[in-house]
Design a protein around this ligand. Structure first.
Ligand code: BEZ
Length: 247
């Protein structure tokens, strides 16, 4: 059973990190003193759930956390500084600080260093998240001790619900777009004008025939998806936005 450390101070350690091509040592005080910090800690850089879900969602919600008084969102993993630096570059998660706990001193101090010999990983962090104010753990979400890699409570949405219950979350907007398509530009302009972030999947002019129909059941570009639902083309998006604004 892992010990919940709410009310306790985070371990005093020095993190050996990389900044560009130099070493940069950061102490616990550098990260936490006088600041409000969210930490989420995970089993390993480049691992699938961490890369496709845990990090991206914290990155998406980080601006919202900041609106609610958080100074920084930090991702810890028991990996060396070079691996963490490379993973950070690959993830492009600009709102997250990637903090290598290469020797596991911080994670051991948290009581959450576990043996992942089953995967040939060696000692790694159990997955957890915490809200830390001026070095003191206010809230901690530790994944249950289940086999495998449970991921139920250390996610960004759970942390946001604790920090700001009922907060409006940013829309998740994705566009299937095609180079040279004026309606795609119109749809993007509508979103930009409202400050709505979106991901555009740009299909080349000679995209495989049938791909758009297979994905969106449509033959024209763009095709817009919001919060996982298919909205349609640029006119449909305009209607969707107008309805939202009228509501
Ligand atoms: C994952 O993030 O998917 C993962 C983490 C630890 C072990 C294996 C996979």
């Amino acid at each position: 059973m892992f010990e919940n450390r709410e009310g306790q101070r985070v371990p005093a350690v020095t993190f050996r990190t990389r900044s560009g091509s130099d070493w940069l040592d950061l102490t616990t005080d550098d990260i936490f003193a006088g600041r409000t910090v969210i930490v989420f800690s995970l089993p390993g850089a480049f691992t699938p759930t961490c890369s496709s879900s845990h990090v991206p969602r914290y990155d998406e919600l980080a601006p919202l956390f900041k609106q609610h008084g958080v100074d920084e969102v930090v991702c810890v993993s028991v990996n060396d500084a070079f691996v963490m630096q490379e993973w950070a570059a690959q993830q492009g998660a600009e709102n997250i600080r990637f903090l290598p706990d290469g020797s596991g001193h911080f994670t051991r101090g948290m009581g959450l260093l576990v043996d992942r010999d089953d995967l040939g990983f060696g000692p790694r962090s159990w997955r957890y998240a915490m809200l830390v104010r001026d070095g003191v753990i206010e809230k901690q979400f530790i994944e249950p001790q289940e086999p495998g890699d449970p991921f139920h409570v250390s996610d960004a949405d759970t942390m946001l619900e604790y920090l700001a219950p009922g907060a409006d979350k940013p829309l998740e907007v994705a566009l299937l777009s095609r180079s040279g398509c004026p309606h795609c530009e119109r749809a993007k302009s509508q979103l930009k004008a409202r400050g709505i972030n979106f991901t555009a999947l740009e299909l080349h002019r000679d995209y495989p025939h049938g791909a758009l129909r297979a994905m969106a059941g449509a033959d024209t570009f763009p095709q817009v998806f919001i919060n996982g639902e298919h909205v349609g083309g640029a006119d449909d998006l305009e209607g969707w936005l107008a309805n939202r604004e009228a509501a």
